[in-house]
Design a protein around this ligand. Structure first.
Ligand code: PMP
Length: 340
C-alpha cells in the first residue's frame, strides 16, 4: 500500500496513446504523450515542478517564500499547485485581456493575481517584465523572499523534460522511436525531449510544428526569425530564441494552419475519445508531416499538451469558430437524433 504519495508524485509518468486514425492515414505508428493527465491538466506541470525544485536546490527559494511568474495559463496553474503542495505563495501577473475562466482557475489554484494592461513584449509594462519587477521587489520585502520563475529563459524548464519526459518516451517505446515533433511556447518541451532522445540515439529525428504567426518555422527552415499570418492556438507561437531553445536539435520544421490543426482536434474528439486543446492539434499535424516525410513503418511521438475543456468557449464554440472564419464540425451542432 502506498500511503505517502503527494500530488507532486502524480506529475509525469503519463501514458503514451496510439492515435489510430493518424497512424492509419500515414502508415506509421503515431503516439501521443497524454500530458493533459498531469494533476494541473497540462504539460506545464513538469516545467513548474522542475523550476521550483531547481530553486530549492540552489537555495534561492526559502521556506515561506513566494514564486512570481508572468503567465496567463498552464504554467501558472502548475506553479500554483506545486507551490501550494510545498507551502509557498504564488503571485501571478496576467494581462487583463485573458478570459475570466483562466483568472478564476488561477485564483482557485491559490494565486494572488495582478492584472496589467496587455502591451507588447518590447514595452516595459509587458506582463512578463512586470513579473520580473514584482519578483525583485518581493525578494527584498516579503517574508521568505521571492523568486521569478522566468519559464522562457530559465533552463531548469528544459532540464525537467530532459530528465523526465524524454526518458519516459524512450522507455515506453523501448527505444523504437524514430521521430519526435512538437510546437514551442518556451521551447522547454521540444529542446528537453529532443536532447534526451538524441543522447540515446542520435538518428532520432526532431521536428518543430509551428503555428501561423510564430517566427520559428522561418528560423529553422531559412535562418531568419520572421512570422506571417496568425493562429487562435494558445500557449505556443514564439518570436525569439529563448534560452530554453538555444542549441535545440531541430532537424525538421513544419508550418501548420489552424484549419489543419482543428480538423485533427475535432476528429480526435469525435472518433478517439480525446478532447484536446489547439496546440495538441498542431503537434499531431506536425507528427503526421514527419511520418509522411520518413515513410510508412516509422514510430513518431508527439505531445497531447492539455484538455479541450480549457477552451470550451473558443475551440468548441460554433459562434467563436464562425467569427474567425473557421469551419464548425458537424457533430458540434448536430440536433438530438431522438425527440419524444
Ligand atoms: N501547449 C500548451 C497548451 C501550452 O500551454 C504550452 C506552454 N506554454 C505549450 C504547448 C508549449 O510548451 P513549451 O513551453 O514547453 O514550449
Amino acid at each position: 500500500m502506498q500511503t505517502n504519495a503527494s500530488v507532486l508524485d502524480a506529475i509525469g509518468h503519463t501514458p503514451l496513446i496510439k492515435l489510430r486514425r493518424a497512424s492509419e492515414e500515414t502508415g506509421c505508428t503515431i503516439l501521443g504523450k497524454a500530458e493533459f493527465m498531469n494533476p494541473g491538466g497540462s504539460v506545464k506541470d513538469r516545467a513548474a515542478l522542475a523550476i521550483v525544485e531547481d530553486a530549492l536546490q540552489r537555495g534561492t527559494l526559502q521556506p515561506g517564500g513566494t514564486i512570481v511568474e508572468g503567465t496567463a495559463g498552464n504554467t501558472g496553474i502548475g506553479l500554483c499547485l506545486v507551490a501550494s503542495a510545498l507551502g509557498f505563495k504564488t503571485v501571478i501577473v496576467i494581462p487583463d485581456t485573458q478570459s475570466q475562466e483562466k483568472k478564476d482557475m488561477l485564483r482557485l489554484s491559490g494565486a494572488e493575481l495582478i492584472e496589467v494592461p496587455a502591451v507588447p513584449y518590447s514595452n516595459p509594462n509587458n506582463y512578463v517584465k512586470v513579473s520580473a519587477r514584482v519578483a525583485e521587489h518581493l525578494g527584498k520585502t516579503a517574508p521568505g523572499g521571492a523568486i521569478w520563475a522566468n519559464q522562457f529563459d530559465n533552463v531548469a524548464n528544459r532540464e525537467g523534460h530532459r530528465r523526465t519526459t524524454g526518458p519516459e518516451i524512450w522507455e515506453q517505446t523501448e527505444g523504437a522511436v524514430d521521430g519526435f515533433v512538437c510546437a514551442v511556447g518556451t521551447g522547454g518541451t521540444l529542446a528537453g525531449i529532443g536532447q534526451a532522445l538524441k543522447e540515446r540515439n542520435s538518428k532520432i529525428r526532431i521536428g518543430l510544428a509551428d503555428p501561423m504567426g510564430a517566427s520559428l518555422f522561418n528560423f529553422y527552415a531559412h535562418g531568419e526569425l520572421k512570422s506571417e499570418g496568425s493562429s487562435i492556438t494558445e500557449g505556443i507561437g514564439q518570436g525569439r530564441i529563448t534560452a530554453n531553445l538555444e542549441g535545440a536539435p531541430v532537424d525538421h520544421a513544419y508550418q501548420i494552419e489552424d484549419t489543419e490543426a482543428l480538423d485533427i482536434v475535432f476528429d480526435l474528439a469525435e472518433h478517439e475519445g480525446l478532447l484536446l486543446g489547439g496546440s495538441s492539434g498542431i503537434n499531431v499535424a506536425g507528427a503526421m508531416r514527419l511520418a509522411r516525410e520518413l515513410g510508412p513503418g516509422h514510430t513518431i511521438v508527439t505531445i497531447l499538451c492539455d484538455s479541450g475543456a480549457r477552451y470550451q468557449s473558443k475551440l468548441f464554440n460554433p459562434a467563436f469558430l464562425k467569427s474567425k472564419g473557421l469551419p464548425v464540425p458537424a457533430w458540434l451542432v448536430r440536433p438530438p437524433s431522438v425527440s419524444l
